[in-house]
Design a protein around this ligand. Structure first.
Ligand code: 2BA
Length: 109
């Protein structure tokens, strides 16, 4: 058994949730915050059998899109004004950041 941890954009989370239910995957959704953009994203925890991992990865891939996001850099307090970039910077976010972890034991009591 594996635990798949997938960080996705909030905009994709409802569609991904539905697709997981349709394909009979059980998932837990967590409201999370990206360390870099400091904006909300959604983390899915999905426990599944090894033989279903490829199907699960396909579903995540199909339902999560790359998007470009503009960020306005904030000048560091007390920082050097010379290094402050006073215009927005574009970063590419997603589709999904996925970790696949082995599970030693799974219990439901
Ligand atoms: P954030 O940390 O808010 O990052 C959003 C996007 O900003 C990233 O998209 C990447 O394009 C850019 N970015 C992040 N750190 C950067 C840096 N040090 N310098 C320049 N650009 C940077 P993604 O790579 O698609 O990541 C989307 C979200 O997935 C991240 O949101 C974070 O919540 C999670 N994530 C990504 N890699 C991770 C990792 N190795 N461990 C844990 N969470 C991760």
């Amino acid at each position: 058994m594996k635990l798949v941890v997938a960080v996705v954009q909030d905009k994709d989370s409802n569609r991904l949730s539905q697709a997981l239910v349709e394909h009979n995957f059980r998932a837990t959704k967590l409201a999370t915050t990206g360390g870099f953009l400091k904006s909300g994203n959604t983390t899915f925890l999905v426990g599944t059998e090894d033989i279903r991992i490829n199907k699960l990865l396909d579903i995540i891939k199909e339902n999560c899109k790359h998007r470009e996001q503009m960020i306005a850099p904030v000048s560091p307090m007390g920082g050097n004004a010379d290094s402050f970039v006073p215009f927005p910077v574009k970063v590419e976010v997603g589709g999904a950041t996925v970790f696949v972890l082995p599970i030693d034991e799974f219990h439901q009591f």
